[in-house]
Design a protein around this ligand. Structure first.
Ligand code: CS2
Length: 486
Protein backbone atom coordinates (compact mmCIF):
# COMPACT_ATOMS: atom_id res chain seq x y z
CA UNK A 1 0.00 0.00 0.00
CA UNK A 2 2.69 2.46 1.09
CA UNK A 3 4.78 1.83 -1.99
CA UNK A 4 1.67 2.27 -4.15
CA UNK A 5 0.87 5.62 -2.58
CA UNK A 6 4.40 6.88 -3.09
CA UNK A 7 4.31 5.78 -6.70
CA UNK A 8 1.01 7.46 -7.10
CA UNK A 9 0.83 10.46 -4.74
CA UNK A 10 -2.26 12.51 -4.16
CA UNK A 11 -2.89 15.95 -5.62
CA UNK A 12 -2.31 18.70 -3.03
CA UNK A 13 -2.73 22.46 -3.17
CA UNK A 14 0.44 24.48 -3.46
CA UNK A 15 0.09 27.84 -1.72
CA UNK A 16 -2.87 29.32 0.13
CA UNK A 17 -6.51 28.96 -0.92
CA UNK A 18 -8.10 32.11 -2.39
CA UNK A 19 -10.28 34.30 -0.15
CA UNK A 20 -13.95 33.36 -0.38
CA UNK A 21 -16.30 35.57 -2.45
CA UNK A 22 -18.74 32.89 -3.63
CA UNK A 23 -20.71 30.20 -1.84
CA UNK A 24 -21.75 27.48 -4.24
CA UNK A 25 -24.51 24.98 -3.45
CA UNK A 26 -24.15 21.62 -5.24
CA UNK A 27 -20.45 20.76 -5.78
CA UNK A 28 -21.01 17.92 -8.28
CA UNK A 29 -19.15 17.08 -11.46
CA UNK A 30 -20.79 19.81 -13.53
CA UNK A 31 -19.86 22.56 -11.06
CA UNK A 32 -16.27 21.33 -11.01
CA UNK A 33 -16.04 21.20 -14.81
CA UNK A 34 -17.74 24.56 -15.28
CA UNK A 35 -18.16 27.18 -12.54
CA UNK A 36 -14.94 26.25 -10.75
CA UNK A 37 -12.93 26.30 -14.01
CA UNK A 38 -14.32 29.64 -15.24
CA UNK A 39 -13.72 31.18 -11.80
CA UNK A 40 -10.19 29.81 -11.58
CA UNK A 41 -9.34 31.24 -14.99
CA UNK A 42 -11.08 34.55 -14.21
CA UNK A 43 -9.00 35.01 -11.03
CA UNK A 44 -5.89 33.98 -12.93
CA UNK A 45 -6.66 36.59 -15.61
CA UNK A 46 -8.02 39.49 -13.59
CA UNK A 47 -7.53 38.69 -9.90
CA UNK A 48 -10.20 39.30 -7.27
CA UNK A 49 -11.21 37.51 -4.08
CA UNK A 50 -13.56 35.04 -5.67
CA UNK A 51 -12.60 31.80 -3.95
CA UNK A 52 -15.51 29.38 -3.75
CA UNK A 53 -16.84 27.81 -0.58
CA UNK A 54 -18.56 24.71 -1.95
CA UNK A 55 -21.53 23.41 0.04
CA UNK A 56 -22.93 19.97 -0.38
CA UNK A 57 -26.58 19.82 0.63
CA UNK A 58 -26.56 16.06 1.10
CA UNK A 59 -23.59 13.76 0.78
CA UNK A 60 -20.09 14.21 2.25
CA UNK A 61 -18.41 12.77 -0.88
CA UNK A 62 -17.19 16.08 -2.35
CA UNK A 63 -15.82 17.18 1.04
CA UNK A 64 -14.12 13.85 1.65
CA UNK A 65 -12.48 14.00 -1.77
CA UNK A 66 -11.54 17.68 -1.87
CA UNK A 67 -10.55 18.49 1.71
CA UNK A 68 -7.37 16.32 1.79
CA UNK A 69 -6.31 18.13 -1.40
CA UNK A 70 -6.90 21.61 0.03
CA UNK A 71 -9.79 22.03 -2.44
CA UNK A 72 -7.58 21.54 -5.50
CA UNK A 73 -8.75 19.10 -8.17
CA UNK A 74 -8.08 18.27 -11.81
CA UNK A 75 -10.32 19.23 -14.68
CA UNK A 76 -9.52 17.06 -17.70
CA UNK A 77 -10.52 18.35 -21.11
CA UNK A 78 -11.01 15.55 -23.61
CA UNK A 79 -9.76 16.64 -26.99
CA UNK A 80 -8.50 15.16 -30.21
CA UNK A 81 -4.96 15.71 -28.93
CA UNK A 82 -5.73 13.50 -25.95
CA UNK A 83 -6.79 14.41 -22.42
CA UNK A 84 -5.55 17.80 -21.15
CA UNK A 85 -5.39 17.98 -17.34
CA UNK A 86 -5.62 21.38 -15.60
CA UNK A 87 -5.35 21.80 -11.84
CA UNK A 88 -8.10 24.06 -10.55
CA UNK A 89 -7.55 26.06 -7.38
CA UNK A 90 -10.72 28.14 -7.06
CA UNK A 91 -12.36 25.97 -4.37
CA UNK A 92 -11.32 27.41 -1.02
CA UNK A 93 -13.23 24.97 1.19
CA UNK A 94 -16.11 22.49 1.34
CA UNK A 95 -18.94 22.22 3.88
CA UNK A 96 -21.49 19.45 4.25
CA UNK A 97 -24.76 21.14 5.14
CA UNK A 98 -26.41 18.34 7.18
CA UNK A 99 -23.32 18.20 9.45
CA UNK A 100 -23.78 21.79 10.59
CA UNK A 101 -26.50 23.79 8.82
CA UNK A 102 -26.00 26.84 11.06
CA UNK A 103 -22.34 27.06 9.97
CA UNK A 104 -23.46 27.13 6.34
CA UNK A 105 -25.94 29.94 7.05
CA UNK A 106 -23.18 31.86 8.87
CA UNK A 107 -20.77 31.38 5.97
CA UNK A 108 -23.37 32.62 3.49
CA UNK A 109 -24.10 35.62 5.72
CA UNK A 110 -20.44 36.70 5.71
CA UNK A 111 -20.15 40.17 4.13
CA UNK A 112 -17.26 38.96 1.92
CA UNK A 113 -19.68 36.65 0.05
CA UNK A 114 -21.07 38.47 -2.96
CA UNK A 115 -22.58 35.59 -4.94
CA UNK A 116 -24.42 32.40 -4.00
CA UNK A 117 -24.46 30.16 -7.07
CA UNK A 118 -26.44 26.96 -7.54
CA UNK A 119 -26.13 23.68 -9.43
CA UNK A 120 -28.70 21.74 -7.43
CA UNK A 121 -30.48 20.03 -10.39
CA UNK A 122 -34.08 20.55 -11.37
CA UNK A 123 -35.52 18.90 -8.29
CA UNK A 124 -33.37 21.01 -5.94
CA UNK A 125 -35.74 23.97 -6.34
CA UNK A 126 -38.59 22.09 -4.61
CA UNK A 127 -40.99 23.72 -7.05
CA UNK A 128 -44.20 22.61 -8.69
CA UNK A 129 -43.08 22.15 -12.29
CA UNK A 130 -46.42 23.19 -13.74
CA UNK A 131 -46.52 26.60 -11.99
CA UNK A 132 -42.95 27.26 -10.81
CA UNK A 133 -44.30 27.97 -7.32
CA UNK A 134 -42.58 26.53 -4.26
CA UNK A 135 -44.12 23.20 -3.29
CA UNK A 136 -45.16 23.98 0.28
CA UNK A 137 -45.81 20.27 0.89
CA UNK A 138 -42.26 19.23 -0.08
CA UNK A 139 -40.77 17.50 2.99
CA UNK A 140 -37.65 19.72 2.99
CA UNK A 141 -39.77 22.86 2.72
CA UNK A 142 -42.05 21.68 5.52
CA UNK A 143 -38.95 21.04 7.64
CA UNK A 144 -37.36 24.40 6.84
CA UNK A 145 -40.50 26.40 7.55
CA UNK A 146 -40.65 24.77 10.97
CA UNK A 147 -36.90 25.20 11.65
CA UNK A 148 -35.69 28.11 9.48
CA UNK A 149 -32.34 28.46 11.30
CA UNK A 150 -31.18 24.92 10.47
CA UNK A 151 -32.47 24.43 6.94
CA UNK A 152 -32.13 21.50 4.53
CA UNK A 153 -33.22 22.97 1.20
CA UNK A 154 -31.34 25.44 -0.98
CA UNK A 155 -34.23 27.87 -0.70
CA UNK A 156 -34.19 27.53 3.10
CA UNK A 157 -30.45 28.28 3.23
CA UNK A 158 -30.74 31.30 0.93
CA UNK A 159 -33.58 32.82 2.94
CA UNK A 160 -31.89 32.17 6.30
CA UNK A 161 -28.65 33.77 5.09
CA UNK A 162 -30.42 36.77 3.54
CA UNK A 163 -32.34 37.23 6.77
CA UNK A 164 -29.08 37.23 8.77
CA UNK A 165 -27.51 39.75 6.37
CA UNK A 166 -30.50 42.05 6.57
CA UNK A 167 -30.47 41.89 10.38
CA UNK A 168 -26.75 42.74 10.40
CA UNK A 169 -27.09 45.58 7.89
CA UNK A 170 -25.02 43.73 5.30
CA UNK A 171 -25.99 44.07 1.66
CA UNK A 172 -27.40 40.94 0.03
CA UNK A 173 -25.63 38.57 -2.32
CA UNK A 174 -26.58 37.78 -5.91
CA UNK A 175 -28.32 34.41 -6.36
CA UNK A 176 -26.99 32.78 -9.53
CA UNK A 177 -28.90 29.72 -10.68
CA UNK A 178 -26.87 27.55 -13.06
CA UNK A 179 -29.37 24.74 -13.57
CA UNK A 180 -30.96 23.60 -16.84
CA UNK A 181 -34.33 25.18 -16.25
CA UNK A 182 -36.15 27.80 -18.28
CA UNK A 183 -35.88 31.28 -16.74
CA UNK A 184 -33.80 29.76 -13.94
CA UNK A 185 -33.26 33.18 -12.34
CA UNK A 186 -36.97 33.94 -12.16
CA UNK A 187 -37.65 30.43 -10.89
CA UNK A 188 -35.08 30.76 -8.10
CA UNK A 189 -36.48 34.19 -7.23
CA UNK A 190 -40.06 32.92 -7.14
CA UNK A 191 -39.27 29.99 -4.86
CA UNK A 192 -37.14 32.14 -2.53
CA UNK A 193 -39.90 34.76 -2.29
CA UNK A 194 -42.58 32.11 -1.67
CA UNK A 195 -40.51 30.73 1.19
CA UNK A 196 -39.62 34.17 2.60
CA UNK A 197 -43.28 35.29 2.54
CA UNK A 198 -44.21 32.28 4.63
CA UNK A 199 -41.53 33.19 7.20
CA UNK A 200 -41.44 37.00 7.34
CA UNK A 201 -43.29 39.36 5.00
CA UNK A 202 -40.90 42.28 5.57
CA UNK A 203 -37.94 40.07 4.74
CA UNK A 204 -39.71 38.99 1.56
CA UNK A 205 -40.26 42.63 0.57
CA UNK A 206 -36.58 43.40 1.22
CA UNK A 207 -35.49 40.43 -0.91
CA UNK A 208 -37.87 41.46 -3.67
CA UNK A 209 -36.45 44.98 -3.72
CA UNK A 210 -32.75 44.21 -3.26
CA UNK A 211 -31.67 40.75 -4.36
CA UNK A 212 -30.83 40.11 -8.02
CA UNK A 213 -31.44 36.63 -9.48
CA UNK A 214 -29.79 36.75 -12.93
CA UNK A 215 -30.70 33.98 -15.37
CA UNK A 216 -27.96 31.89 -16.95
CA UNK A 217 -27.50 29.38 -19.74
CA UNK A 218 -24.82 26.83 -18.92
CA UNK A 219 -23.39 24.24 -21.27
CA UNK A 220 -20.59 21.71 -21.03
CA UNK A 221 -21.10 17.96 -21.38
CA UNK A 222 -19.74 16.41 -18.19
CA UNK A 223 -20.37 12.75 -17.39
CA UNK A 224 -20.23 11.64 -13.76
CA UNK A 225 -16.65 10.73 -12.78
CA UNK A 226 -15.96 6.97 -12.75
CA UNK A 227 -13.23 4.88 -11.11
CA UNK A 228 -11.81 4.40 -14.61
CA UNK A 229 -11.45 8.18 -14.97
CA UNK A 230 -9.56 8.41 -11.67
CA UNK A 231 -7.24 5.56 -12.76
CA UNK A 232 -6.75 7.18 -16.16
CA UNK A 233 -5.74 10.48 -14.64
CA UNK A 234 -3.29 8.68 -12.34
CA UNK A 235 -1.73 7.18 -15.47
CA UNK A 236 -1.50 10.53 -17.23
CA UNK A 237 -0.57 12.83 -14.35
CA UNK A 238 1.04 10.48 -11.84
CA UNK A 239 -1.23 11.30 -8.93
CA UNK A 240 -4.51 10.12 -7.47
CA UNK A 241 -7.36 12.65 -7.59
CA UNK A 242 -10.76 11.22 -6.68
CA UNK A 243 -12.32 14.67 -7.27
CA UNK A 244 -11.18 14.86 -10.89
CA UNK A 245 -13.69 15.49 -13.64
CA UNK A 246 -13.53 14.60 -17.35
CA UNK A 247 -15.46 16.76 -19.79
CA UNK A 248 -15.61 18.01 -23.36
CA UNK A 249 -13.67 21.06 -24.54
CA UNK A 250 -16.80 22.98 -25.59
CA UNK A 251 -18.25 25.36 -23.04
CA UNK A 252 -20.78 28.18 -23.18
CA UNK A 253 -21.98 30.41 -20.36
CA UNK A 254 -24.50 33.16 -21.01
CA UNK A 255 -25.27 35.28 -17.96
CA UNK A 256 -27.83 38.01 -17.43
CA UNK A 257 -26.11 41.23 -16.41
CA UNK A 258 -27.67 41.79 -12.99
CA UNK A 259 -25.35 41.60 -9.96
CA UNK A 260 -25.57 43.43 -6.65
CA UNK A 261 -21.82 43.53 -5.97
CA UNK A 262 -19.83 42.45 -9.01
CA UNK A 263 -18.69 39.08 -10.30
CA UNK A 264 -15.41 37.41 -11.27
CA UNK A 265 -14.08 38.36 -14.70
CA UNK A 266 -15.92 35.39 -16.24
CA UNK A 267 -16.44 37.50 -19.36
CA UNK A 268 -12.65 37.82 -19.73
CA UNK A 269 -12.47 34.04 -20.13
CA UNK A 270 -15.33 33.50 -22.55
CA UNK A 271 -18.62 33.95 -20.68
CA UNK A 272 -21.19 36.16 -22.42
CA UNK A 273 -22.74 38.76 -20.12
CA UNK A 274 -25.95 39.92 -21.81
CA UNK A 275 -29.17 41.82 -21.17
CA UNK A 276 -31.43 38.76 -21.64
CA UNK A 277 -30.64 35.05 -21.63
CA UNK A 278 -34.09 33.77 -22.67
CA UNK A 279 -33.36 32.98 -26.32
CA UNK A 280 -30.06 31.24 -25.54
CA UNK A 281 -31.72 29.22 -22.82
CA UNK A 282 -34.56 28.06 -25.06
CA UNK A 283 -32.10 27.11 -27.79
CA UNK A 284 -29.99 25.05 -25.42
CA UNK A 285 -32.81 23.37 -23.53
CA UNK A 286 -34.73 22.39 -26.66
CA UNK A 287 -31.89 21.64 -29.11
CA UNK A 288 -29.36 20.04 -26.76
CA UNK A 289 -31.21 18.77 -23.74
CA UNK A 290 -34.29 17.82 -25.81
CA UNK A 291 -32.31 15.49 -28.07
CA UNK A 292 -30.16 14.33 -25.15
CA UNK A 293 -33.27 13.08 -23.36
CA UNK A 294 -34.60 11.57 -26.61
CA UNK A 295 -31.35 9.65 -27.08
CA UNK A 296 -31.29 8.73 -23.40
CA UNK A 297 -34.69 6.97 -23.34
CA UNK A 298 -34.77 5.50 -26.84
CA UNK A 299 -31.03 4.75 -26.74
CA UNK A 300 -31.21 3.03 -23.37
CA UNK A 301 -34.13 0.88 -24.57
CA UNK A 302 -32.15 0.00 -27.71
CA UNK A 303 -29.24 -1.16 -25.54
CA UNK A 304 -26.88 1.79 -26.13
CA UNK A 305 -24.78 2.64 -23.11
CA UNK A 306 -23.64 6.12 -24.09
CA UNK A 307 -24.77 9.03 -26.27
CA UNK A 308 -21.91 8.44 -28.69
CA UNK A 309 -22.96 4.77 -29.00
CA UNK A 310 -26.52 5.89 -29.76
CA UNK A 311 -25.60 8.39 -32.48
CA UNK A 312 -23.18 5.90 -34.04
CA UNK A 313 -26.41 4.16 -35.11
CA UNK A 314 -27.31 6.03 -38.33
CA UNK A 315 -31.03 5.83 -37.62
CA UNK A 316 -30.60 7.53 -34.24
CA UNK A 317 -28.40 10.21 -35.78
CA UNK A 318 -31.00 10.88 -38.47
CA UNK A 319 -33.71 10.97 -35.80
CA UNK A 320 -31.81 13.78 -34.04
CA UNK A 321 -31.25 15.69 -37.26
CA UNK A 322 -34.92 15.38 -38.21
CA UNK A 323 -35.99 16.53 -34.78
CA UNK A 324 -33.82 19.62 -35.02
CA UNK A 325 -34.82 20.49 -38.53
CA UNK A 326 -38.53 19.82 -38.51
CA UNK A 327 -39.72 19.83 -34.90
CA UNK A 328 -37.33 21.85 -32.72
CA UNK A 329 -35.68 24.70 -34.64
CA UNK A 330 -39.06 25.92 -35.96
CA UNK A 331 -40.06 26.58 -32.32
CA UNK A 332 -36.86 28.40 -31.27
CA UNK A 333 -36.27 32.12 -31.88
CA UNK A 334 -32.71 32.77 -33.07
CA UNK A 335 -30.53 34.13 -30.24
CA UNK A 336 -28.18 37.01 -31.09
CA UNK A 337 -24.93 35.73 -32.52
CA UNK A 338 -26.19 32.17 -33.08
CA UNK A 339 -26.98 30.21 -36.25
CA UNK A 340 -29.40 27.45 -35.25
CA UNK A 341 -28.61 24.87 -37.97
CA UNK A 342 -24.87 25.41 -37.35
CA UNK A 343 -25.45 25.11 -33.59
CA UNK A 344 -27.10 21.72 -34.16
CA UNK A 345 -24.34 20.54 -36.50
CA UNK A 346 -21.88 21.27 -33.71
CA UNK A 347 -24.12 19.42 -31.27
CA UNK A 348 -23.98 16.29 -33.40
CA UNK A 349 -20.18 16.49 -33.48
CA UNK A 350 -20.19 16.83 -29.68
CA UNK A 351 -22.49 13.81 -29.30
CA UNK A 352 -20.37 11.70 -31.64
CA UNK A 353 -17.15 12.14 -29.65
CA UNK A 354 -16.48 8.62 -28.33
CA UNK A 355 -14.06 9.87 -25.68
CA UNK A 356 -17.04 11.40 -23.80
CA UNK A 357 -18.66 8.42 -22.12
CA UNK A 358 -21.95 10.06 -21.20
CA UNK A 359 -24.28 7.29 -20.16
CA UNK A 360 -27.85 7.23 -21.41
CA UNK A 361 -28.84 6.00 -17.94
CA UNK A 362 -27.36 9.13 -16.33
CA UNK A 363 -29.23 11.50 -18.64
CA UNK A 364 -32.44 9.48 -18.22
CA UNK A 365 -32.52 10.37 -14.51
CA UNK A 366 -35.22 12.70 -13.18
CA UNK A 367 -37.19 12.70 -16.43
CA UNK A 368 -40.33 13.95 -14.67
CA UNK A 369 -38.39 17.12 -13.86
CA UNK A 370 -36.82 17.46 -17.30
CA UNK A 371 -39.48 16.60 -19.86
CA UNK A 372 -41.53 19.82 -19.73
CA UNK A 373 -38.71 22.22 -20.66
CA UNK A 374 -36.82 19.81 -22.91
CA UNK A 375 -39.60 18.21 -24.99
CA UNK A 376 -43.10 19.28 -24.05
CA UNK A 377 -42.67 22.99 -24.82
CA UNK A 378 -41.51 22.19 -28.36
CA UNK A 379 -44.41 19.74 -28.72
CA UNK A 380 -46.97 22.32 -27.60
CA UNK A 381 -45.56 24.91 -30.03
CA UNK A 382 -45.76 22.44 -32.92
CA UNK A 383 -49.34 21.51 -32.09
CA UNK A 384 -50.30 25.18 -31.86
CA UNK A 385 -48.81 25.70 -35.34
CA UNK A 386 -50.84 22.79 -36.72
CA UNK A 387 -47.91 20.37 -37.04
CA UNK A 388 -47.87 16.81 -35.66
CA UNK A 389 -44.50 16.29 -33.90
CA UNK A 390 -44.16 12.52 -34.34
CA UNK A 391 -40.45 12.38 -33.37
CA UNK A 392 -40.85 14.28 -30.12
CA UNK A 393 -43.92 12.17 -29.33
CA UNK A 394 -41.77 9.06 -29.82
CA UNK A 395 -39.29 10.51 -27.30
CA UNK A 396 -42.13 10.95 -24.79
CA UNK A 397 -43.27 7.38 -25.46
CA UNK A 398 -39.66 6.27 -24.85
CA UNK A 399 -39.75 7.97 -21.46
CA UNK A 400 -43.08 6.26 -20.68
CA UNK A 401 -41.65 2.88 -21.58
CA UNK A 402 -38.51 3.61 -19.55
CA UNK A 403 -40.37 4.60 -16.38
CA UNK A 404 -42.37 1.37 -16.69
CA UNK A 405 -39.15 -0.06 -15.28
CA UNK A 406 -38.70 -3.09 -17.58
CA UNK A 407 -36.28 -3.11 -20.50
CA UNK A 408 -36.76 -4.80 -23.84
CA UNK A 409 -35.18 -8.02 -22.61
CA UNK A 410 -37.41 -8.17 -19.56
CA UNK A 411 -34.71 -6.90 -17.16
CA UNK A 412 -35.36 -4.30 -14.48
CA UNK A 413 -34.42 -0.68 -15.20
CA UNK A 414 -32.96 1.27 -12.27
CA UNK A 415 -35.22 4.30 -12.71
CA UNK A 416 -34.05 7.31 -10.70
CA UNK A 417 -36.77 9.91 -10.42
CA UNK A 418 -38.55 11.59 -7.51
CA UNK A 419 -41.77 10.07 -8.90
CA UNK A 420 -40.27 6.69 -9.85
CA UNK A 421 -42.64 4.63 -7.69
CA UNK A 422 -45.78 6.52 -8.66
CA UNK A 423 -44.87 6.39 -12.36
CA UNK A 424 -44.24 2.64 -12.24
CA UNK A 425 -47.44 2.03 -10.31
CA UNK A 426 -49.42 4.05 -12.86
CA UNK A 427 -47.86 2.11 -15.70
CA UNK A 428 -48.29 -1.30 -14.02
CA UNK A 429 -51.89 -0.53 -13.11
CA UNK A 430 -52.96 -0.01 -16.72
CA UNK A 431 -53.41 -2.73 -19.36
CA UNK A 432 -53.22 -1.75 -23.01
CA UNK A 433 -50.65 0.72 -24.41
CA UNK A 434 -53.45 3.29 -24.74
CA UNK A 435 -54.36 2.83 -21.07
CA UNK A 436 -50.73 3.09 -19.96
CA UNK A 437 -50.24 6.28 -21.96
CA UNK A 438 -53.45 7.72 -20.52
CA UNK A 439 -52.35 6.84 -16.97
CA UNK A 440 -49.00 8.59 -17.43
CA UNK A 441 -50.49 11.61 -19.21
CA UNK A 442 -52.54 12.14 -16.06
CA UNK A 443 -49.39 13.21 -14.16
CA UNK A 444 -50.08 16.92 -13.75
CA UNK A 445 -46.52 17.58 -12.53
CA UNK A 446 -45.35 16.64 -15.99
CA UNK A 447 -48.18 17.19 -18.49
CA UNK A 448 -50.47 20.21 -18.51
CA UNK A 449 -54.23 19.67 -18.84
CA UNK A 450 -54.08 21.18 -22.33
CA UNK A 451 -51.31 18.95 -23.60
CA UNK A 452 -52.67 15.78 -22.02
CA UNK A 453 -56.07 16.58 -23.53
CA UNK A 454 -54.74 17.17 -27.04
CA UNK A 455 -56.02 14.34 -29.26
CA UNK A 456 -53.24 14.67 -31.83
CA UNK A 457 -50.57 14.40 -29.13
CA UNK A 458 -52.28 11.54 -27.34
CA UNK A 459 -52.67 9.67 -30.63
CA UNK A 460 -49.00 10.12 -31.60
CA UNK A 461 -47.73 9.03 -28.19
CA UNK A 462 -50.07 6.04 -28.07
CA UNK A 463 -49.02 4.83 -31.53
CA UNK A 464 -45.35 5.31 -30.69
CA UNK A 465 -45.71 3.53 -27.36
CA UNK A 466 -47.50 0.59 -29.00
CA UNK A 467 -44.73 0.37 -31.61
CA UNK A 468 -42.02 0.42 -28.91
CA UNK A 469 -43.76 -2.47 -27.12
CA UNK A 470 -44.36 -4.47 -30.31
CA UNK A 471 -41.16 -3.83 -32.26
CA UNK A 472 -38.60 -2.38 -29.83
CA UNK A 473 -36.80 0.94 -29.91
CA UNK A 474 -34.32 0.24 -32.74
CA UNK A 475 -37.03 -0.82 -35.20
CA UNK A 476 -39.39 1.96 -34.16
CA UNK A 477 -36.74 4.63 -34.65
CA UNK A 478 -35.82 3.07 -37.99
CA UNK A 479 -39.44 3.02 -39.11
CA UNK A 480 -39.86 6.68 -38.18
CA UNK A 481 -36.82 7.96 -39.98
CA UNK A 482 -37.54 5.69 -42.94
CA UNK A 483 -33.97 4.65 -43.54
CA UNK A 484 -33.25 1.37 -45.23
CA UNK A 485 -30.32 0.25 -43.14
CA UNK A 486 -28.95 -3.22 -43.53
C1 CS2 B 1 -27.86 16.19 -19.69
C2 CS2 B 1 -27.18 17.49 -19.29
O1 CS2 B 1 -27.82 14.87 -17.75
C3 CS2 B 1 -28.54 15.51 -18.52
O2 CS2 B 1 -29.75 15.58 -18.37
O3 CS2 B 1 -28.77 16.46 -20.71
O4 CS2 B 1 -26.51 17.37 -18.10
C4 CS2 B 1 -26.24 18.01 -20.39
O5 CS2 B 1 -25.13 17.16 -20.54
C5 CS2 B 1 -25.77 19.41 -20.08
O6 CS2 B 1 -26.88 20.23 -19.95
C6 CS2 B 1 -24.83 19.92 -21.15
O7 CS2 B 1 -24.53 21.23 -20.91
Amino acid sequence: MEAGLQDNPRLARVGPAPKVGIVHLGPGAFFRAFNAVYTDEAMETAGGDWGILAVSLRSPTARDQLEPQGGAFTSVTLSQDGPQPQVIGSIAGVLVAPDDPAAVVAAMADAAVKIVSLTITEKGYCHEPATGALNMAHPDVVHDLAAPDVPRSAVGFIVAALSARRAAGVKPFTVLSCDNLPSNGALARGTVLDFARAVDVELADWIEANVPFPATMVDRITPATTDDDVARLADIAGYHDPACVFHEGFRQWVIEDDFVDGHPAWDAVGAQIVASVDAHELMKLRCLNGTHSTLAYLGYLAGYETISDAVADPDFAVLCERLWLTEIIPTVPKPDGEDLPAYCTTLMARYRDPSIRHRTWQIAMDGSQKLPQRLLGSIADNLAAGRAPAGLALAVAGWMRYVGGVDEKGGAIDVRDPFAVALKDASDGAGSPADKVAALLAFRDVFSVDLAGNDVFRGLVTDAYAALVADGSTATVRALVGLKTA
